[in-house]
Design a protein. Structure first.
Length: 133
């Protein structure tokens, strides 16, 4: 029951950021639900933990630190929604945009069921370089 802990979303997303910023693919992937939908700034949506892990594996080594701040959230007994801004270091510049995260409390503990990053700040040169096109 998360309803008594308004910090749950922020704590879980902090763990995700920590794993990302330490290039810990195993930990970031372990935080995903088997049916997770993940859309990274320069990629098509990945549906399912396996496809999401492949997207993370392609992107994480090519970028630096991920910063996330929560602008709004809603939390109930078994699900949490967070909307916020992100900044992603890409060499000498930052790409910024918005994200939406959905975290569900499963029997195994909390899991990200959706993590959607907008591509609002991605310019064409950076997009091509990071996506490998």
């Amino acid at each position: 029951d998360w309803s008594s802990d308004v910090c749950s979303s922020d704590l879980y997303l902090s763990e995700f950021r920590y794993a990302w910023n330490n290039d810990d693919l195993s930990s970031t992937t372990s935080m995903l639900s088997p049916r997770a939908v993940v859309r990274l700034p320069w990629d098509v949506p990945a549906v399912g933990k396996t496809d999401a892990a492949l997207s993370l594996e392609r992107l994480m080594p090519k970028v630096g630190a991920l910063q996330m701040s929560i602008l709004d959230f809603d939390i109930s007994e078994r699900i949490s929604f967070a909307l916020g801004r992100y900044a992603l270091e890409t060499g000498d510049q930052f790409v910024t945009g918005y994200y939406t995260a959905v975290i569900q409390l499963q029997d195994e503990g909390p899991q990200l069921t959706a993590l959607l990053f907008s591509g609002a700040g991605a310019n064409a040169a950076v997009t091509e370089e990071l996506s490998g096109r």
